[in-house]
Design a protein around this ligand. Structure first.
Ligand code: AMP
Length: 364
């Protein structure tokens, strides 16, 4: 079995891993870390929850430690994912980080970001739009970037960031190491990899080799008008933190208010909230000050809160991939989780197709 000790990592990283109780490398880490440490570009298929963040942060930190003149850039599709990556980096760097970092995401004050950039950060983590804002204002220089990570690349393309990525990459030196992670590998991702990567190693993890997610899945067929009473019944029967997914921003607001009116400790998160509100809602949920989060698909991929015990699909997701990402919010890092989907008569066709594509098995 591979161990973190076999990767030639600096000892402070091994100590950090021990402190945060990460003991053995996940399959993607076993493959990606040695190759990245040898300096290869990587094109990696990585599913949600596979441990991809640590798979790229460990080689990145090691590289920055050994080559002082170089900096790193991590691009993510969403603000939430960028914040999580920053949190993981802080965890790994421990109390006395040897370099500064900047978080450049939309919806947050430019002033604070200017201050972070003035301090000469060696790691910049951000979303494409805000990174370009800073490049245009000349507040961000990327000419020393020796290490580039594209995280959830398929999601960045889905969100229409392809042109922005092109603009950003033009600011980077061609002499660099690039790691590209993507949950899926459609042809547009391969094309992008050919453009941005230099003779990359392809890594895919045999899905069967990954620990089977311990998520118990259940579906209830129900009339639309009975969904809310059923939801209340389900909430009362369950313990622990719950994420409820709905289709629209308005739907999220409305359902959160209805649940608050029933004395459920509930928050909502969706794309119409400003970044401070989104961050606050996630923090409250993370600290278990609120028990229920009503969300749109905005957090279906990025959110990593280990104590989420239940995911409820109040509205059906629009495709199989979104279903997998939504239910992947529970059962994190080997914990047990439950996923419940409410299916109204109008949904039954879409539901059949989701079941067929995912091969999901429902419990009684
Ligand atoms: P990610 O795929 O990067 O979003 O990581 C998913 C979760 O798995 C995070 O909570 C990590 O802290 C956790 N994790 C990452 N690597 C490991 C590992 N080797 N063993 C156990 N948990 C891990």
């Amino acid at each position: 079995m591979t161990t973190f000790q076999s990767f030639n990592l600096p000892s402070f990283l091994l100590q950090s891993l021990e402190r945060i109780k990460i003991k053995t490398p996940s399959p993607i880490q076993s493959k990606a870390i040695p190759m990245a440490m040898e300096g290869h570009d990587l094109l990696a298929s990585s599913q949600t929850g596979s441990g991809k963040t640590i798979a790229y942060l460990l080689p990145m930190i090691t590289t920055l430690n050994t080559s002082q003149g170089r900096t790193a850039l991590i691009l993510t599709p969403t603000r939430e994912l960028a914040i999580q990556v920053k949190d993981s980096l802080i965890q790994l760097m421990g109390k006395n980080p040897s370099f500064k970092m900047a978080l450049l995401i939309g919806g947050q004050s430019m002033g604070q970001q200017f201050a972070q950039l003035k301090a000469n950060p060696r790691v910049v983590i951000g979303t494409p739009g805000r990174i370009i804002d800073h490049l245009k204002r000349n507040s961000l220089k990327l000419n020393k970037t020796g290490f580039l990570v594209l995280d959830e690349t398929d999601r960045m393309l889905d969100m229409g960031f392809s042109q922005q990525l092109d603009v950003i990459v033009k600011f980077l030196p061609s002499e660099r190491q690039t790691l590209m992670f993507s949950a899926t590998m459609p042809s547009n991702i391969i094309k992008l990899a050919n453009k941005y990567l230099n003779n990359p190693q392809r890594i895919s993890v045999d899905l069967k080799a990954q620990p089977a997610p311990k998520i118990k899945q259940r579906a209830i067929y129900i009339k639309s008008t009975e969904k809310f009473p059923q939801l209340l019944k389900e909430l009362n029967e369950r313990e622990g933190s719950i994420v409820i997914f709905v289709k629209t921003k308005r739907g999220a607001e409305k359902l959160a208010k209805q649940l608050q009116a029933q004395n459920h400790n509930t928050d909502a998160i969706h794309g119409d909230l400003n970044q401070n509100k989104r961050t606050r809602a996630i923090e409250e949920f993370r600290k278990q000050k609120s028990r229920i989060m009503v969300a749109t698909d905005i957090i279906a991929r990025g959110l990593d809160v280990p104590h989420i015990q239940h995911v409820i699909n109040y509205d059906l997701p629009s495709c199989a991939e979104d279903y997998t990402h939504r239910i992947g919010r529970t059962g994190r890092a080997g914990a047990h989780g439950h996923a419940l989907t409410l299916i109204s008569p109008d949904d039954s066709r879409k539901w059949k197709s989701i079941l067929k594509t995912t091969g999901a098995q429902m419990s009684a």
